[in-house]
Design a protein around this ligand. Sequence first.
Ligand code: NAP
Ligand code: MG
Length: 402
Amino acid sequence: MSKIAMTTPLVEMDGDEMTRILWKMIKDELLTPFIDLKTEYYDLGLKYRDETDDQVTVDAANAIMKYKVGVKCATITPNPARVTEYGLKKMWKSPNGTLRAMLDGTVFRCPIVVKGIEPCVRNWKKPITIARHAYGDVYKNTEIRVPGKGKAKLVFEAEDGTVTEKTIFDFESAGIIQGIYNIDPSIESFARSCFQYALDLKQDLWFATKDTISKTYDRDFKEIFERVYADEFKEKFEKAGITYFYTLIDDAVARIMKCEGGIVWACKNYDGDVFSDMLSSAFGSLAMMTSVLVSPKGYYEYEAAHGTVQKHYYKYLKGEETSTNSVATIFAWTGALRKRGELDNLPELSAFADKLEKATLDTIESGTMTGDLTRITTLPNPKKVNSLEFIQAIRANLEKML
Ligand code: NAP
Ligand code: MG
């Protein structure tokens, strides 16, 4: 059988720990035997980020702007413990934060639904897609540790020299301050991509902020969404028979638990970070969720929504068996390959992505799965396999299909 050809490379971003191990297994077992895989490789593993003073992350983002499609393995975001563990020069910023700041856009995350893994919220009948704004807010904050008594101010100097100044707080004791920002063009493109995504899926769009408390910052988000909706999407939504629904974030959280799913939920950056983990674990497992960053300029970056699965990696290093779920990482690859196929007009490549996804889901539905799923499945007598066996079982199903 001849291998499927590619014309434009994918931007491949390798990562850390257990997901780095899975990355190689997926390439060796599920991709390179079938595709003449073309990638431009960037090693975002922490060691190489440190060696290059994190330049490799910036280079990868630039490559995505050049080639339009990237696929990323989970990476360590260093904290003080990691600085010691890896002897880092510096506590480097989150690579996802760097990529998102450079590419802008919205992260869409959707649970991967299979028979035998039921959501623990009984009334969720259909998947819920989270659309997470991926720019600014707390991820680009500036913080000060206040040593003691003093005045904190918020100051803006306009280009023409006009100064706007407000007192934040008169400190009588030690404390903390945080400054965050966002920009209207990014919020606008966030709104636009959410409305467009909901329209593509023919699903209602929900959006929520805390504008009752944050009367300028969050209200800006609310008003921009209203304006983009009225100017560009209202008629299209009505024609498609779907609705745009705005509410307060606490109300949205309460209603999400009672809805039957099948909606797109637009979230500010932090809300999306937190609630996508809640949704994915309630739908089954962190490893059963797709994640794609869609930038307004037409760049796509596919990744898994979970981390590097550190605990499993330490077991792996000790030579113990691991049963780590590779589904989200496989779906990052299939998402990227399918998009590459669409952009380069290579239907065979897109069809391969569909088949690999089907082979993956068939494997689980036939009862072969990793430990995170055997613990929760409703299928009788599931077979727990190790990380490599799971990928090999998918390969066997895939070979039958090709
Ligand atoms: P994590 O890697 O998501 O894992 C947390 C726990 O969730 C695991 O211990 C495991 O539970 C379960 N889990 C997650 N993914 C799984 C999978 N594929 N298969 C089976 N079980 C899975 O989070 P973490 O351990 O808190 O973070 C580790 C590192 O990941 C951190 O350095 C963090 O900075 C980084 N991180 C990266 C990204 C990213 O690159 N997108 C996102 C989040 C975190 P059990 O131990 O119970 O089996
Ligand atoms: Mg998170």
